[in-house]
Design a protein around this ligand. Sequence first.
Ligand code: HEC
Length: 133
Amino acid sequence: MFILYRVLTVIALLVPQSISGQLSLEARGEYLVKRVAMCVQCHSPRDSQGALLEDKLFLGAAIPVQAESRDWAIRAPRIARLPGWTDTEFIRFLQTGKRPDGSFPQRPMPPFRMNQADAVAIAAFLKSVKTSE
Ligand code: HEC
């Protein structure tokens, strides 16, 4: 009986922690992506008034402002669920600004130099994004 009680206590302590730990990682990633690094602003389409389309966040969008420079992208690609990226590659990309082949994306994509914790949280959130398609 005592052992059963101990086992139940351990389960009760571990389960909520692992669940809330996972949620808070993704919640932190969401905060960074929407409020700090502003990925959402470039990588999401907008309506005719310029408001973000909430059901199409992170599905990719045209870059409305064009620069004289040729090193300037016309589109920010889809990043919902990170198609084509392994977690490791993507986390490294946010820490170095470089793609796996060593090249940099065109501007206005910023060359981020994040710490690992922020990069991991962003990867967790973007992998979990629910899309309407
Ligand atoms: C100021 C606009 C802007 C912001 C902010 C921005 N991006 Fe981008 N991003 C772009 C553009 C434009 C491209 C396309 C670059 C190209 O085609 O070379 C891009 C490309 C990418 C790519 C593909 C890289 C590749 O292989 O070509 C990923 C992944 C990405 N962005 C993730 C993010 C994440 C995650 C954030 C936030 C932490 C972010 N971006 C913030 C504009 C932006």
